[in-house]
Design a protein around this ligand. Structure first.
Ligand code: AMP
Length: 216
């Protein structure tokens, strides 16, 4: 069983690569962003509380996201977990280490997906997904074959995230550099960090990630 973190700025391709690992290796994706968006859609109290913070591009509190992850780790997955968008602060990283230790699990690799900032704006502002199966598309680089219809499942429920706009992205990038990028040094010092070029072709990125996984 291999548990990994995908680390990188918004738009680095963490979600896309996580979905491949789910399909190809039977791993379980734990995306705190997806969990928070689900809480919004289902209209829970917590979902309502975080909506404005998320739309602005700020981080929600450590307590909320650590609570979401704690629930999931109680049921270890045979295929291993992919932490996608978590941890995002040093406090979350410490909490993840403690939670894994408490449940007899380990963290096997942290993969930093490196992408330069100029590419992120273009990637994020064209992004849309299928509301049914979660497939990720892009207006320019990966449009659907038939406009308005998902290539994979045929659904017409295509949607854009409320925070995938230039204004929110500025805040999300600032949050990343202020609060999340210190995790690169944190995991490097622990001897757990590997780096892949997130700007390479999708298959090449997947290959580089597979190499890290097969070594760990
Ligand atoms: P993502 O889907 O990972 O880009 O996350 C979308 C938004 O959810 C972020 O901009 C934050 O507002 C919130 N969020 C997701 N994961 C975390 C986290 N680990 N810590 C704090 N906020 C988070």
């Amino acid at each position: 069983m291999t548990n990994i973190i995908l680390l990188g700025p918004p738009g680095a391709g963490k979600g896309t690569q996580a979905k491949r690992l789910v399909d190809e290796r039977g791993m379980v994706q734990l995306s705190t962003g997806d969990m928070l968006r689900e809480a919004q859609t289902s209209g829970t109290e917590m979902g309502k509380r975080v909506a404005e913070v998320m739309n602005r591009g700020d981080l929600v509190t450590d307590e909320i996201v650590i609570g979401l992850i704690r629930e999931k780790l109680d049921n270890p997955s045979g295929g291993g977990f992919i932490f996608d968008g978590f941890p995002r602060t040093l406090k979350q990283a410490d909490a993840l280490g403690a939670l894994l230790a408490q449940t007899g699990q380990s963290l096997d690799a942290v993969i930093e997906m490196q992408v330069d900032d100029a590419a992120l704006v273009a990637r994020i502002t064209g992004r849309f997904t299928c509301g049914n199966c979660g497939e990720v598309y892009h207006d320019v680089t990966r449009p659907t074959k038939v406009a308005g219809t998902c290539d994979v499942c045929g659904s017409t429920k295509l949607k854009r995230r409320a925070d995938d706009n230039e204004e929110s992205l500025k805040t999300r990038l600032m949050e990343y550099y202020k609060k999340t990028s210190p995790l690169i040094g944190y995991y490097y010092a622990k001897g757990q960090l590997s780096t892949v070029d997130g700007l390479a072709e999708m298959d090449e990125v997947a290959g580089a990630i597979a190499k890290v996984l097969d070594k760990s």
